[in-house]
Design a protein. Structure first.
Lengths: 144, 144
DNA sequence: ATAGGTGCAAATGGTTTGCGAAAAC
DNA sequence: GTTTTCGCAAACCATTTGCACCTAT
């Protein structure tokens, strides 16, 4: 099966350019939000009905390793992925237990906290995962 | 199978007192650190060779629901559990990618950050999961 | 030509669940 | 005696992997 190949990631560190990789990256770029593997697979399948979930997983690992995307867990058993942002991409995710929306929260305190950890514990940070669960303003009134 | 029952959790909100529940809670209390279900099961099996992993899982859910323990993910597919601490138990976990140890880090910045979220986003926080991955002072010099 | 990627189906690992036997109250 | 839990094995779900085939370079 031969496909149109979008080479707009050629300058990146991804070695062999394949149709599947182009497709996956362009979906992630357009989407600009957290996607899990299944959802990415669902969206990719609309353009390439033969793409397999294994390919999605393999390439997510590759993209992560090459620093193109970030992985977050957000308290789920599955993982979420999103394109890496430039600059201060440190943020806190607020996961609403009512509507399941994910709200991003940025604050200078996050950078300060990370700096404090590095200094006080001599710990060199490579990955930041910060999230809170609770109820957003629309979903207040928790069940109990 | 009849066992000695430790009733020291009778005042808690756990409805029927069973030998398995007493055992599991006492192990968690003695241990005072992050345990995953398998490790808790391993330790419980030494005292009660017949206890099943399903019972461990079911009771971990129960304890969590009743507010006796906290659950954390720490970037793993499995979950870790620990007894709930009194007062400002908010902390950040540092997960070392070298030796896999988990270091707890406390800072007033954490409370400030959470307060800021509640105020600025009108988000009512019910669960806090904060962790960083990286290399501890002994494991510095990441592989690449 | 060849290193490496892909699809498929099977394997894995943590967690959950249906069910009949047994314990708690 | 009734309600709930327990142990077992099977089911689940996200993810990973072995393998034969195919593609990019």
């Amino acid at each position: 099966m031969r496909m149109q190949i979008n080479r707009n990631y050629e300058q990146s560190k991804i070695k062999p350019v394949t149709a599947q990789r182009s497709l996956l990256l362009s979906i992630m770029q357009e989407t600009g939000m957290h996607l899990d593997a299944k959802e990415l697979y669902r969206r990719a399948s609309k353009k390439d009905a033969n793409i397999s979930l294994a390919t999605v997983y393999r390439n997510l690992h590759l993209f992560k390793e090459r620093g193109l995307i970030d992985e977050r867990h957000l308290g789920q058993t599955r993982c979420y992925y999103e394109m890496k942002r430039l600059g201060g991409h440190q943020h806190l995710d607020l996961v609403c237990q009512g509507c399941r929306q994910i709200i991003e929260f940025k604050s200078p305190l996050i950078r300060k906290l990370i700096a404090e950890v590095q200094r006080k514990n001599d710990f060199s940070v490579t990955k930041v995962e910060l999230y809170l669960e609770g109820y957003c303003n629309k979903c207040k009134e928790p069940k109990r």
